[in-house]
Each structure stands twice: as C-alpha cells, then as structure tokens.
Design a protein around this ligand. Sequence first.
Ligand code: ATP
Ligand code: MG
Length: 233
Amino acid sequence: MSFGPPRQLKKAARVILVGAPGVGKGTQTERLLDKFPQLASISSGDLLRENVRDKTQLGLKVESAIQSGNLVPDSTILDLISSEFKSRGWLLNNGSVSPTASFILDGFPRTAAQAASLDALIPVNFVVQLLTPPSVILSRIASRWIHEPSGRVYNTTFHAPKVPYKDDVTGEPLTQRKDDSIDTWKQRLQKFEDTSKTLLQHYDAKGVLWRVEGNTSDEITPKLFAEIEKRFC
Ligand code: ATP
Ligand code: MG
C-alpha cells in the first residue's frame, strides 16, 4: 500500500490512538511515522513487552497481568511513560514540555485516570478513536504476527511479510503475542469496553476527539491522513 509523499507538519501534533485490542493502532502508527516524518511514537504495549522479554524488575511484575488480558497498574505505566518522555527530550528537567515535540501515543492513556495524569505532563491535541466491529477484529487476530523488537505488525492473510514469518526490515523471525489467543483477546476487549467510555468522554469534553470507522486498516489510513493534514499541515 502506498499513501503518497511525506508531509510536513506546521503545528506540533500530539496524537493519541484509542481503539479495541487488535484494531490496528500499531499499523496506523507505522504509517503515520512514514507519512509525517516529524512524528515519533511510543507504544505502551511494546514498552511493556520489551520489559517482559528482558526480564526487568518491572517486566516480571507486569507479566501475569498482560498474559491474562488485564491492565497493568496506572502508577507502573505512568512511571514507564514519563521516563520515556524524558529520555526522548520531550519533557524537560524543569517539568515543562518541549514546544516542538510531535508524537503519537499508541495504547496510552487507557483509563480516564491515566488521561488526567498525562494532562499534567503533556496536553494532547488530537485523539483518534479507531472503530472496527469486534467480529472483524476477532476474525483476523489469529493471523497476526509481530516483529517484537520493533513492534512491526504483519497479518498472514492481508499484510504478509515478503519472506514467510520473517521481518521485512531485519529478516529476523516473527512471533505471535501470547495474549492474542482468542480467550485472552476477549478479556482484553472486555477491559477496553470497561475503561474506554470514560477515557473518551474525558477527551470529548476537551473538544479533541475525532472518530474514524473502517473494516480494515487500509480503509482507515487515508481518512486519518486527510484529517491530520487538515489540522496540522
Ligand atoms: P493492539 O496492540 O492489538 O492494538 P492492545 O491495545 O490490547 O491491542 P497493547 O497496547 O499492546 O495491546 O497492550 C498489551 C497489554 O499491555 C494490555 O492488555 C495491558 O495488559 C498492557 N497495557 C498496555 N498499555 C497499557 C496502559 N496504558 N495501561 C495499562 N495496561 C496497559
Ligand atoms: Mg498495539
């Protein structure tokens, strides 16, 4: 899929993607980074999986929650994200925000409490709610494969890697997420439904919420690009 030449942002874009597990947040993020080179991204799920893989203290603490499809504690995820903000230079030591930082957050915040904490760190100015029927997501979750070190996402039925089960960029093996089993996915969806309503209300009240629907990522991407161009280019 090609989505046209890269575009330059005129205003700092601080974007959050919200959507059910497997809706394609990671896929949209990859495409946004290509299209708008000033953007950088943080995926809370990728950061957590990295910690689990490296068996860090934090990783050992959160592994069972992730594997069962539950959320990790707000305080844990906040520590992780704010240290990531600092290491990327978005959050200065005096507590202020770099005025030029443009970014996408994939998977954070996930609760209204996390959103309130983020407001105190860096206010976001565009919240994208990705809408795809759960039955459609469920039908594709079993064929999702990822390159864990980078977070790149493939699907063996509609976005297959060039070489089967190998990452296009590094040639390294792809794996399946343990929490992509059907039962765990259902639990994750339940969690999402429990927590996303107040999260979305939080941003709707601030006037920054925008919804986009589609059955596939390819359907959603052009609409998302057009909206970002309208708001930030
Ligand atoms: P997908 O990546 O397919 O869009 P997802 O949003 O369920 O789906 P991740 O964002 O990768 O998946 O998150 C995987 C798991 O990591 C979650 O089920 C949860 O346990 C934990 N997690 C990730 N982000 C957060 C967060 N902001 N707060 C609490 N737990 C989180
Ligand atoms: Mg993800």
